[in-house]
Design a protein around this ligand. Sequence first.
Ligand code: ADP
Ligand code: MG
Ligand code: MG
Length: 252
Amino acid sequence: GSTLEIKDLHVEIEGKEILKGVNLTLTGGEFHAVMGPNGTGKSTLASAIMGHPKYEITSGSITLDGEDVLEMEVDERAQAGLFLAMQYPSEISGVTNSDFLRSSINSKREEGDEINLMKFIKEMDDNMDYLDIDKNMAQRYLNEGFSGGEKKRNEILQLMMLKPEIGILDEIDSGLDIDALKVVAKGINKMRDDQFGCLIITHYQRLLNYITPDQVHVMMQGRIVKSGGPELAQRLEAEGYDWIKQELGIED
Ligand code: ADP
Ligand code: MG
Ligand code: MG
């Protein structure tokens, strides 16, 4: 699997420093959770990795198997194997879900080696069954009028179809009821193998009842301030974040 390495990353938005030296290594095949209070920079980290133009990298590095990710255009990052499920996925009118998926898959393949249409349809069908997604979703315009839960399931469908090296899931659990949450977790767990690494960004520990991360990182005020195993997420659920602030002498 691929290794994503983030070193001393500093990121500004509109002249304000949001990330103040993030260090994180995601080794291929591992699931890492990034947790933290609201407004600490979790989504900023996801956006910076994917190359959102609004986020200015002022110093530090991001590499994928040693390749400089910061030198890549957004589409090159996807080609290289990075996948981002956004906290607020955008709607694309006039492009069906099915067409979007197929062209995304084909854009990662060589010309002349496009995915077989029947094979594609079969695979999409199977995955939609697995995720309890209504069949008519395939022909609907991407994210247009999708409910919150449908959007999140659909992001997992994309993940399962595109099979990236690294998935970055930003609050994939937000706004989901317990049944939808279990389905989303089931899809992510099905992806588990040594070729797939995943950064699971979440405010709540809830999702981690269904997905056991190899490591948990806590982000506060633009830095990873603590890392540990799954038990760290459980302690955060039970006790909140205040004890870490006290431990580290962080003021609000
Ligand atoms: P989190 O995902 O941890 O809740 P964010 O990364 O969304 O945090 O935000 C971190 C900080 O950056 C917040 O103070 C937020 O207001 C600010 N911020 C995020 N995105 C933007 C933006 N597009 N423009 C201006 N400020 C932003
Ligand atoms: Mg964030
Ligand atoms: Mg966020």
